[in-house]
Design a binder for this molecule. Structure first.
Ligand code: ZN
Length: 256
């Protein structure tokens, strides 16, 4: 299922629901250029954005190289100006990205045959800024969920595009080595009173909820404090929370 929402003029989100989760892409439309932040799960997803961007030239930005964020890039009826990602995102296209596709094709034959893996062709290492005409999208490296994660900041609107660096009910960690810096970077954003809205790829898009909640969660996780959730976690997040606890404790990563 696909659903488009207009959060404010020139800011649209597209939500795609897969059997186990929902993932979100964002269209940011300036006076001269548009940006599509992530291309989601397959070639059919992105056509839903075409009425919103009209004939404007557009950039594609990858928040990171996880499959549910980069598999829809061959679905545009006209090519993007460029495909932008962190340099570690490009590297992942030579590492795990093709392997994930292979694994999923084996697990569900026929379902993923039209996926074409398209790596970024414009990369950066720390920061990059895109002038869209009237608004700017700043890209900032923010490793944590994965080494290639970035966030996007639109100062004129006070909007932070979080990818998987922020998530509700909880973020998904894979490497304990990133936890402290991940929290540190998010705290800087959380302490920035100009951030009015934070848009996660999975979870809440209400105000700054996904940013503030992720900071609170990571703080407690690292400190070893109790963590409570507003409602009962589903199987996916229960498993992710358990793994996060094990990573933060630094041991017992099991093989299950
Ligand atoms: Zn994701």
């Amino acid at each position: 299922m696909r659903q488009i929402l207009e959060l404010q003029p020139n800011l649209h989100v597209l939500e795609v629901t897969q059997p186990e989760f929902t993932v979100r892409s964002v269209a940011v439309i300036g006076e001269r250029y548009a940006v599509l932040w992530d291309t989601l799960t397959g070639a059919g997803d992105m056509a839903a954005f075409e009425p919103a961007i009209g004939t404007k030239p557009f950039h594609v930005v990858y928040s990171h190289a996880d499959w549910d964020h980069v598999w829809g890039t061959n679905g545009f009826s006209r090519p993007p100006l460029d495909i932008i990602g962190h340099k570690a995102c490009l590297r992942r296209f030579d590492e795990d990205v093709a392997m994930t596709l292979c694994d999923m094709q084996l697990a569900e034959p026929g379902k993923w045959d039209d996926i074409e893996l398209i790596p970024p062709n414009l990369v950066f290492s720390s920061r990059m800024s895109l002038d869209l005409g009237g608004i700017t999208l700043e890209l900032h490296h923010l490793p944590g969920h994965s080494p290639d994660c970035i966030v996007g900041w639109i100062p004129q609107w006070g909007v932070l595009l979080g990818g998987d660096a922020i998530e509700t009910p909880l973020p998904v960690a894979h490497d304990p080595g990133f936890l402290a810096d991940w929290l540190d970077s998010l705290e800087t954003w959380a302490n920035n009173g100009d951030v009015k809205r934070a848009i996660s790829a999975h979870g809440s898009i209400k105000g700054r909820e996904s940013l503030d909640s992720t900071v609170d969660y990571l703080r407690r996780l690292i400190a070893g404090d109790d963590i409570e959730f507003e409602s009962e976690l589903d199987d996916f997040y229960r498993g992710a929370h358990q793994k996060n606890l094990e990573l933060a404790r630094g041991g017992d990563q099991g093989d299950d």
